[in-house]
Design a protein around this ligand. Sequence first.
Ligand code: THU
Length: 160
Amino acid sequence: MTKRIEFKVSLEVFSPEEWTETDTLLIEKARGILEKAHAPYSDFLVGAALLLENGEIFVANNQENVSFPVGVCAERIVLSYALGNHPDQRPLKIAIVAKRRADQEVATVTPCGLCRQTINEYEVKFGHPIEILMLNPQGEILKASGIDQLLPFRFNDLNS
Ligand code: THU
């Protein structure tokens, strides 16, 4: 039989009545900042809120460019800014909310590959998982306990 390396991944699903106070605040902050996104090319607005160990919450949104690949996702902006200013504060949780400009309801979003690798970077730096909270149109939080649930075969070691 062929030998396999397998990962079982999962997301926890929380209905609004099960949300914790902290998770509610993070989702509200991510939702609050998405309207300020610079997304004239995709009209897909994304907000991210990041909680650091010292209790500070940072927010950011996606910033696009006429040269499309130059655009940067909300998650990478908030991680770079927060960790650039607070290199010793462990990031605990990141919440992500998205919406198409023309829609009232939110769109389900999970971080793109580049953002997953970026989250991985800070997990490795601090030796601790970062929770990833994603809101779906049903008003549920989809929670990944860490980046291993979204990027199981991630790149980590230059020497391996
Ligand atoms: N985007 C984010 O900001 N975060 C994600 O998790 C997914 C995608 C942005 C990139 C681009 O500006 C727009 O959403 C459409 O892909």
